[in-house]
Design a protein. Structure first.
Ligand code: GYE
Length: 329
């Protein structure tokens, strides 16, 4: 009898110990690998989760395809993961699958590109860039910079290279770009096309613009990768990037800082990919049973350029060379 009791006790203890040490499984549906921003975002979240004691990451790269993301989310449900991190390649078409996530009662954390249906679904926390404000800052920087060099009253031809069509980072930045253009009537929009957030497509679009548009004074690229691709096209056409054509990017990746310090790019509006420092404490708090408001938190972000000091209302630009050594991505 005593033996049976001891054995039962040992068994109960074993079950308890293994339950206590079971991993917390966090699944992450990532969009793809289109840009330096995306690489930094993946690495940051990967390190933050994988280096956390007792946490396990299930990672899926959707290669820019919405159907792959939908498949990944359904797999996460079948696997019974504990938390889901999600960013959507485009902003629409997620209602059904995210409702399934809700029905499975898996806490959902939205990061980066927040889907349009966010109001209609449950999520436990959300962190993403303020894309409309980023787009506004890009145009305001160009307009204010031109004023600062005495060209505020001169008509200037501007082209807008957009990100992946239908991505919230594209729709938001385009909205911000176009709204701000109305404040600067001397900036004349002469081209507007998608470069799909990649270096190669940025280069190709710039090449075709340089052939078809007589005079381009300013390039607004909705991410740095496209700006860097465009710089190659501008050089190949025998023009000087950063001088003949003013170039404003977005993200503030290392390669853009290098280009600004080298004098080949003028400005980059920051959009941070470093969400690990938000996601980790949030999941820790959720595990403790804390709850958060249903709001999208925007990280604080800067604007970096060749000389600094351009006043954009909400921020003043910072000279890139002064802070390049402190940059993390
Ligand atoms: O700006 C771009 C990336 O969604 C904020 O996606 C992100 C954007 C970023 O490919 O470089």
């Amino acid at each position: 009898m005593k033996k049976v009791l001891l054995l039962t006790l040992a068994l109960v203890m074993l079950v308890c110990v293994s339950a206590a040490s079971a991993d917390v499984v966090i699944a992450f549906s990532q969009i793809g690998q289109e840009s330096d921003w995306r690489t930094a975002n993946t690495d940051d979240l990967r390190n933050a989760i994988e280096n956390h004691e007792g946490w396990k990451l299930v990672y899926d790269d959707a290669q820019q395809k919405q159907e792959n993301q939908i498949k990944a989310l359904r797999n996460f449900i079948t696997q019974g993961v504990d938390y889901i991190l999600f960013t959507g390649v485009v902003s629409t078409g997620w209602d059904e699958v995210l409702k399934e996530v809700n029905e499975a009662e898996i806490p959902l954390l939205l990061i980066d590109r927040i889907p349009d249906c966010a109001d209609k679904i449950d999520y436990v926390a959300a962190f993403g860039g303020d894309f409309v404000e980023e787009g506004r800052r890009q145009i305001a920087w160009a307009g204010e910079y031109l004023k600062s060099i005495g060209k505020g009253d001169v008509d200037v031809n501007i082209v807008i290279m957009e990100g992946t069509t239908g991505a919230s980072a594209q729709t938001g930045r385009t909205e911000g770009n176009l709204k701000a253009l109305a404040e600067y009537p001397h900036l004349k929009l002469v081209g507007q096309q998608s470069g799909n957030f990649t270096r190669a497509e940025g280069q190709a679009v710039m090449e075709s613009w340089l052939k078809s548009i007589d005079k381009i004074d300013v390039l607004i690229a909705q991410n740095d990768d496209m700006a860097l691709g465009a710089i190659d096209a501008i050089k190949a056409a025998g023009k000087v990037p950063g001088k003949d054509i003013i170039i404003v990017g977005c993200d503030s990746v290392k390669a853009a800082f290098d280009a600004i310090v080298a004098g080949e790019m003028n400005c980059t509006v920051e959009c941070t990919p470093l969400y690990g420092k938000f996601v980790v404490p949030t999941i820790e708090a959720l595990i403790r049973g804390e709850k958060f408001d249903k709001t999208v938190v925007h990280p604080e972000e800067g604007v970096f350029d060749m000389d600094g000091g351009i006043d954009l209302g909400t921020v003043k630009s910072i000279k890139a060379a002064d802070v390049i050594a402190t940059r993390q991505y």
